[in-house]
Design a protein around this ligand. Structure first.
Ligand code: F0G
Length: 458
């Protein structure tokens, strides 16, 4: 008998109690945090779905590995394990550890990008965009048209528009494009996967023009699972084989091991070009650490090396993608609009469609994220005009294309009843939807404003 329930592929050996809080507590916390959910203390949150980054549970093998960590400053044994794990999956010649993904981005873009040049991607993640803009370059998104339509079902909504890529190379000139990237899965676009066919096609166009092609590989294993289950010809391949093929088309990658490294901290830059690798290592020594630890402890390198093996387990990936789909099914049956199909690491609620009475300049997704916390103690994150809107000197703003609230799933952390609770709160919010009001920004910093801006309910 083939039973159809997908169960958590683990038992729980160690638990972390969560704090129970009331609506009055939530209101007081919101007022103190100026209605910015990044300002809340972890203990003020009942179900924290702010991010899937570094928030997952490690396995017994990872914790055991940490005791084996070699803390040698140079030539740590743990580094060579880490390097072997990364090379086994990616095949890249040079593996440069960093403390997290954005450190890899900063090093890469400080070297290859310059004012006036353009970096292309399906959709840049916010730190990637910020690191590019920080050196005076432009970050341009070339996701396929379908990727902009939240309710539209498409198996690989994270793909890049290959014709638009060709056209952009013609317009901008190959000499002004230091690098082309694909983010797998496409976080800013809803955690949507990129097909193998698209990775191959983008790689071919890049190499025709002599352009380096990198993956932003944070969620490479989830992407591999979507390829296995949705793309012709991959059903009988293992996630490892699929991941290896994905990386085989690229010249390098940036990686946050806080996602599909199944670790609480860590990342890397991996690449084939010797000269670029040397420049990256020189900068690494200046700001992160010696090239065999890159700002990580030996035990962190052990946790990532083990995590990279566990993340490609089929039972894990099936469970992982199923948990998101489960919440999506409950949300859709309550009549709440979401990005379809659900992504690999998070549910993305379409706040523009759910709260049509709130205009974009009153930030409907921020308003929804606040309501979820106020009513249910659930913390999500706004991915809309607060994060991606472009403020102009005259006080007006170009809004983001979509107004989303992301509920991210920490890996191996919540059980089905936590998710049932989230669905119940969402259903309640939907029933009081007309009472939810927009917000205005009362203070904001010059970069990455969503982390620290202050808000006021209208
Ligand atoms: N690229 C993508 C696609 C990401 O999702 C992230 C982080 C990064 C790069 C940067 O990695 O955090 O290790 O420096 N995303 C987290 C999130 C923060 O919540 O989606 P990092």
């Amino acid at each position: 008998m083939q039973f159809k329930t997908v169960i958590e592929p683990f038992r729980i050996k160690s638990i972390e109690p969560i704090q129970f809080t009331t609506r009055d507590d939530h209101l007081a916390s919101l007022q103190r945090a100026k209605y910015n959910l990044f300002g809340l203390h972890g203990d003020e949150v009942l179900v924290d779905m702010l991010t899937d980054s570094g928030t997952g549970a490690m396995s017994n093998q990872q914790w055991a590995g940490m005791l084996l960590g070699d803390e040698s400053y140079a030539g740590s044994r743990s580094f060579y394990k880490f390097e072997a794990a990364v090379q086994d999956i990616t095949g890249f010649k040079h593996v440069i550890p960093t403390h997290q993904g954005r450190a890899a981005e900063r090093i890469l873009f400080s070297i290859i990008a310059h004012p006036g040049c353009v970096i292309l991607n399906n959709n840049h993640f916010d730190t990637t965009r910020a690191n590019i803009e920080y050196v005076g370059a432009e970050a341009r998104d070339l996701v396929i048209e379908e990727g902009h339509i939240p309710g539209l079902i498409h198996p690989f909504k994270g793909c890049m528009d290959v014709e638009l890529l060709r056209q952009t190379i013609r317009e901008v000139g190959r000499d002004n494009i230091p690098l082309v990237m694909l983010t797998v899965t496409n976080n800013s676009g809803g955690g949507q996967p990129v097909s193998m066919a698209n990775i191959r096609a983008v790689s071919e166009v890049c190499h025709e023009h002599g352009l380096p092609f990198f993956l932003d590989a944070c969620r490479f294993a989830e992407n591999a699972w979507f390829i296995k289950t949705r793309e012709d010809g991959y059903r009988d391949k293992t996630p490892l084989q699929i991941a290896q093929e994905m990386f085989s088309y690229a010249d390098g990658c940036t990686m946050s091991a806080k996602k599909d490294g199944l670790a609480n901290i860590g990342g890397f830059l991996a690449l084939n070009n010797d000269d670029l690798a040397m420049q990256c290592r020189n900068l690494l020594i200046l700001t992160e650490g010696f090239p065999t630890y890159g700002g990580l402890a030996g035990y962190d390198l052990e946790a990532v090396a083990q995590g990279l093996r566990e993340v490609l387990d089929e039972h894990y990936l099936e469970y992982r993608v199923r948990t998101v789909a489960y919440l999506a099914e409950k949300t859709v049956s309550a009549g709440i609009p979401i990005i379809q199909p659900p992504g690999g690491h998070a549910l993305f609620i379409d706040a523009k469609a759910m709260l049509p009475h709130i205009p974009v300049y009153h930030y409907p997704a921020q308003a929804l994220a606040i309501a979820l916390y106020l009513e249910g103690g659930i913390r999500g994150v706004e991915i809309g005009s607060v994060m991606f809107g472009k403020p102009h000197p005259d006080g007006t703003e170009t809004p983001a294309q979509m107004e989303l609230v992301r509920l991210a799933f920490p890996r191996r952390t919540f059980t089905q009843s936590h998710i049932d609770y989230v669905a119940e709160v969402l259903t309640y919010i939907h029933s009081i939807q007309e009472d939810i009001r927009g917000v205005r920004i009362t203070w904001q910093p010059p970069f990455l404003r969503h982390f620290t801006a202050h808000f006021e309910p209208l």
